[in-house]
Design a protein around this ligand. Structure first.
Ligand code: ADP
Ligand code: MG
Length: 233
């Protein structure tokens, strides 16, 4: 079985008044476990739509989304939700941390809501905070953390469920250069260590060499396989 993400001829149309907008136009894409793909393209080209479809948050109009060999179009809503929880980690530009909770609690809350005993998952949460460079910050609340640290909590939280896919939408858009680079390096390391199939939407072309491959979107269509090292520094 092929692990990772496959999109097969995926089209997504949104209703727009009397007409429709084609956010994704016959997109096919394959990202294997341990592979880090960056996704670039102008605003409105369909990048976030691609992530939403890959995350099974939005059903495509046609085509197939295959995660770890399982065709998600054959699943009902409950099964899709279960698969998403088990397989998909999502990281948005804004960390969306809960202000009242400490860093470690941000990681625990979803596991707790899933009915897992907190003691069991607490060690994993502490380990992940350590892995993302936040050892010693587990009792801090969002206002006590820098923007880069909050994004690290966000990344650790996305990894709590041991996802197969890591879908990341402009993780560095509100960070300065140095912090942006360290976040992309962290995502590279997480992809290598945890073997996730990682897709990152980004505008930071200077960090593309840290990824394995670059796909470009334009008007809902995808073209792939510029080699990052071909980019001038
Ligand atoms: P990007 O992330 O590359 O900026 P999006 O995926 O957000 O692009 O948007 C792709 C196209 O789909 C755009 O034309 C956008 O206006 C349209 N679109 C995105 N989300 C919706 C929605 N929920 N309803 C209608 N149109 C949408
Ligand atoms: Mg977007």
């Amino acid at each position: 079985m092929k692990t990772g993400l496959e999109l097969l001829n995926v089209t997504l149309e949104y209703a727009d008044g009397d007409s429709t907008v084609k956010a994704l136009d016959a997109v096919s894409l394959s990202v294997s476990s341990g592979e880090f793909l960056s996704l670039v393209g102008p605003s409105g080209s369909g990048k976030s739509s691609l992530l939403a479809v890959a995350a099974t948050l939005v059903r495509p109009t046609s085509g197939a989304v295959v995660i770890d060999g399982s065709d998600t179009s054959t699943l009902n809503e409950a099964e899709r939700t279960a698969l998403r929880r088990e397989k998909v980690g999502i990281i948005f530009q804004q960390p969306n941390l809960l202000p009242a909770l400490t860093a470690v609690e941000q990681l625990l809350i979803h596991e707790h809501l899933r009915g897992k005993p907190v003691r069991e998952v607490r060690r994993k949460a502490e380990e992940l905070l350590d892995v993302v460079g936040l050892a010693g910050c587990s009792e801090k609340r969002p206002h006590q953390l820098s923007g880069g640290q909050r994004q690290r909590v966000n990344i650790a939280r996305a990894l709590m469920g041991s996802p197969s896919l890591l879908l990341v939408d402009e993780p560095t858009a509100s960070l300065d250069h140095e912090r942006s680079e360290s976040i992309v390096r962290l995502l590279r390391r997480m992809t290598d260590e945890f073997g996730t199939a990682t897709v990152m939407v980004t505008h930071d072309t200077e960090f593309l060499p840290l990824t394995d491959e670059v796909a470009t979107m334009r008007d809902g269509r995808i073209s792939r396989a510029l080699v990052p090292s071909a980019y001038p520094n």
